[in-house]
Design a protein around this ligand. Structure first.
Ligand SMILES: Nc1ncnc2c1ncn2[C@@H]1O[C@H](COP(=O)(O)OP(=O)(O)OP(=O)(O)O)[C@@H](O)[C@H]1O
Ligand SMILES: [Mg+2]
Length: 258
């Protein structure tokens, strides 16, 4: 069974003189355990697609399903990570990570043990009792990753999660994300504007056009599951694929500006 499906999804927002069609006839299937990256011009509806899958927004037409069931509201099977980590400033790292499960009927000792394991995985062992203001930007985003992964979501939706980080931290976060993804069976839908980031991360890249948002191209990457950030660009197909993706993204961006 697929993890996520969008079938003939369209969505408009109220505007004058007429409604504004953001997404038109989107068809999309994410297989379980797949890592899919969405690329497209600003305003083409990438975040809107994530919001539909998360259950924050409903389509006007068509169907959004997660694990075969129609999405009607947010749920713990679908986690979301934003560009800003959005940590609660008055809670410690550990309290931030365990916030969701603590609202439910989970056992505190179990939740804390799982949170500790996730914090170790993202390289934050020893920072459990730090406050968010004592962390760097990359560390905060690692807390957000641990928090999103702790409840064991089927699907993680990531909206330009590394967009605000410096280049070196960003590469480390990309490696960390791939390691975490490989060690779980989570399905990832990741939005970025960075073509190299998309190439390193994805199994499959989807390119969108704007006004209305449509998926116009799909590139399946042949780089395999084990990727080394320092050497994967040496793959014989890398340059050609990068060129194709860059060209397609620029084409859409230019078309959008016109
Ligand atoms: N709640 C809303 N009400 C009205 N218009 C909206 C709403 N949410 C998004 N839009 C519009 O829908 C379009 C798509 O927005 P969306 O945020 O999905 O774009 P995006 O592809 O994520 O862009 P970016 O790359 O800049 O983040 C934009 O024109 C935006 O103004
Ligand atoms: Mg967006």
């Amino acid at each position: 069974m697929s993890a996520i499906t969008l079938e003939n999804v369209s969505l408009s927002f109220a505007a004058k003189p007429q409604p504004f069609t953001v997404l038109e006839d989107i068809n999309l299937t994410l297989n379980r355990g797949e890592f899919v990256v969405l690329l497209g011009p600003s305003g083409c509806g990438k975040s809107t697609i994530l919001n539909l899958v998360a259950g924050f927004t409903k389509p006007d037409r068509g169907r959004v399903a997660a694990g075969g069931k129609t999405v009607r509201q947010p749920g713990p099977d679908r986690g979301m990570i934003f560009q800003q980590p959005n940590l609660f400033p008055w809670l410690s790292v550990l309290e931030n990570v365990t916030f969701g499960p603590r609202l439910g009927k989970h056992r505190k000792d179990e939740t804390n043990a799982q949170a500790q394991a996730w914090l170790e995985r993202v390289g934050l062992k020893g920072f459990e009792h730090h406050a968010p203001w004592q962390l760097s930007g990359g560390m905060k985003q690692r807390v957000a990753l641990a928090r999103a992964w702790l409840p064991g979501p089927e699907v993680l939706l990531l909206d330009e999660p590394f967009g605000a980080l410096d280049a070196q931290t960003r590469l480390m976060m990309q490696e960390l994300l791939r390691e975490a993804w490989l060690s779980t069976n989570t399905t990832l839908l990741f939005v970025t504007h960075d073509v190299e980031e998309a190439l390193f991360l994805a199994d499959r890249i989807l390119i969108m056009s704007a006004k209305p948002g449509r998926i116009v191209d799909e590139i399946i990457l042949p780089f395999g599951r084990e990727r080394d950030i320092e050497t994967f660009a040496e793959h014989p197909d890398y340059s050609e694929i990068k060129h194709r993706v860059l060209h397609r993204v620029r084409q859409e961006a230019k078309r959008h500006l016109r």
